[in-house]
Design a protein around this ligand. Structure first.
Ligand SMILES: C[S@@+](CC[C@H](N)C(=O)[O-])C[C@H]1O[C@@H](n2cnc3c(N)ncnc32)[C@H](O)[C@@H]1O
Length: 271
């Protein structure tokens, strides 16, 4: 794979386009909220100098950057995204290759990587099961895959448990819209079984969950997503303009709390 802005990617159904003004806030929030746990998992797999790593859907690039620093001059990192504009700053590093690449159908080398990592990408792709098989095929024998995805299904907000624990109409509308565009809120829960069925060894799984509240990165993440998708949520009739405005206003409340989806991390090794 070369440092190139290839045009082979076909049209994507992904809605949270990185070209939108809200993308920067989304990536900043994802980094603060989830990078510490992701780095713990990467360390757990023993990522070391000299490793060759693939970061799929690298987004804001914080994990790609961490990998570049970890694998050092003897290692190599390939960071891909359908819209890699936030990865441009990483291109100067000699041991990284930034690639505009659609993981669904663009070429991917086989048996090439010591580590493949992806976070919050597969959940959006209707072809997620086939893509997971491709990612495993891209591993060298003995290589690790770590995939981290949202489960919007298992632990929803429950005002019955705590009156302040809110189910926002705007959140329900966004989930409906993303589902209509191919997202699957159940799939992350199945990852443990999937990795075992696909023949990996040492398969483990861990879920992380946070509350969104005023001033938290979780709330910043949700606000960025709601704001980016508000036009389509209203146009499709999932929510009215007024419901959207009321929902956004509730985010400002000092007592507002909302459970975020579980982020399941599942990992295993190619035999
Ligand atoms: C929710 S963001 C997560 C970004 C980053 N992985 C993180 O967790 O901070 C999803 C990323 O996947 C990228 N993406 C979506 N569909 C893709 C595809 N088919 N192939 C490669 N990247 C894709 C998006 O452009 C976006 O950068």
């Amino acid at each position: 794979m070369k440092n190139t802005a290839a045009t082979e990617s076909r049209v994507s159904t992904y809605l949270l386009d990185n070209c939108a003004p809200e993308a920067r806030a989304r990536f900043a929030a994802l980094e603060v909220l989830f990078d510490p746990g992701t780095i713990r998992h990467l360390n757990g797999c023993g990522v070391a100098p000299g490793w060759t790593c693939l970061e799929v859907g690298a987004g804001g690039g914080s994990i790609a950057k961490w990998l570049v620093d970890r694998v050092g001059v003897t290692g190599h990192v390939v960071a891909t995204d359908i819209e890699p504009r936030f990865l441009e700053a990483l291109r100067g590093d000699p041991n990284i290759e930034v690639r505009r690449h659609n993981i669904v159908n663009d070429p991917l080398p086989e048996a090439a990587f010591d580590l493949v990592h992806t976070r919050l990408v597969l959940v959006h792709l209707p072809e997620r099961d086939r893509v997971l098989e491709r990612l495993i095929a891209a591993l060298k024998p003995g290589g690790w895959i770590i995939t981290e995805e949202f489960d919007t299904f298992s632990v929803p907000s429950r005002p019955l448990v705590d009156g302040a624990d809110s189910v926002l109409t705007v959140h329900t509308a966004m989930t409906q819209l993303l589902t209509e565009h191919g997202a699957n809120g159940h799939w992350a829960r199945l990852l443990f079984g999937r990795l075992r069925t696909l023949g990996l060894t040492g398969v483990e799984v861990e879920g992380r969950i946070f509350m969104a509240r005023a001033g938290s990165p979780g709330l910043a993440l949700m606000r960025a997503n709601y704001e980016q998708l508000h036009g389509e949520m209203i146009a499709t009739g999932y929510i009215t303009r007024r419901e959207f405005d009321v929902g956004l206003e509730r985010l400002n409340g000092a007592d507002f709390v909302m459970t975020l989806p579980i982020l399941w991390a599942a990992w295993g090794r190619r035999p």
